[in-house]
Design a protein. Sequence first.
Length: 405
Amino acid sequence: MMTCSELNSNYAYPRVRSILSGFSCNNEINAGDAGCVSTTILPNPHPAQRNNRTHLPPIHPGLSYSSSSHWRRLSDAAEPCLPRLAGHVCRDWRAIALSMHTLWRAIPIEWESGWIPKWLERSGECRLSVQAPHLAGKVHNSAWEHIMGQRERLEYLNSSASGSQLEERTFWPALQHLELHIDPTRPEDVTTLHIDAPLLRSVILWGFQYSSKLLPWHQLTVIALIFRDQHQCSLVLQQTPNLVYCELSLDLEEVPGVARPQADISLPRLQWLILAVYPYGDIPSVNYLHSFIVPALRRLTVDEALLRVGPGSSQAGQINVFVDKSGCKLDELCIIDRRLRPGPENGASLSDGPWSPSIRHVSVDRDPASHNWDEDKSADESRRTIYRYLSSTQSIAHLDTGILA
């Protein structure tokens, strides 16, 4: 939606000021009774812009403008000339909105999205932010073709796709953030896909069978791998030395009871590590936490299931061994506990110590949906966490934490 900075642009601000000057010349308006009317310029706004409302200047409180573009009289005291005056302002306001390309850079894709070509046209040459729900395993072909026709402008992409929709070699020159979901049950071979994106810094990848050569991993600073086993995660993480944020939703069902040797994973810049296990109930054959060497780590969120095996006589002992091996100093340790009846029968309490002096604060998260990407609400919360982190580190300057509000 229209923001103050956009209203102060060289074009918009003088035009708005001249339009609104008519209000000060109209003696029928009682300034003391003036109110503020809020209207949404864009139909079906993208979530990234849903909280940014366009506020018309103070006008008579007897009038309200709705998103269906009609004026409704709320008071018989309103003068006959006011609807015409306010209607004129809103028509000009809409013209200004249509002329400001930055208002149209965020595109929500629906299953039927026949309006996408017009939206793309209105966005001018601006970089694009595209978000598509995971409908039927892929975005409709016509919508996908329209978006890919502007691939050189794609900066943010969250989408489902089929293997047939993706070219074997894809070049996205402006892409900075990617979330990609490909239905793993579809027959297409996606193991040969390669995405060339020189500006890519953050990715969220779902559990399809992608190759370790899918992306330029060494560029990434933020990664989330959803429903992957430990071995597959390791193949990727061995190529990501610049990570500062890493979330893994580990699927242990793919290799039940099979202990694969785990090489150490050195991530010298990593500051936040999240390790969750899904589905709950699986017990890892090895403690994957101990594969990491992360000297810069400041925040660790770990599933208690990963603390049931490996060196150390208790959950606290497992963490202390990890901290000593990495040489890190944790400001925050959070243990995810999904057990229905945590207590002595399931091992020592997670609050038991002693903890390493390198750990400042310890908490336990007993929310069964925490970091569960299989639930929409929880997945959205995980995305918000990533977007907030991106925003705080300015990895992607324009990402708004309200994108999923």
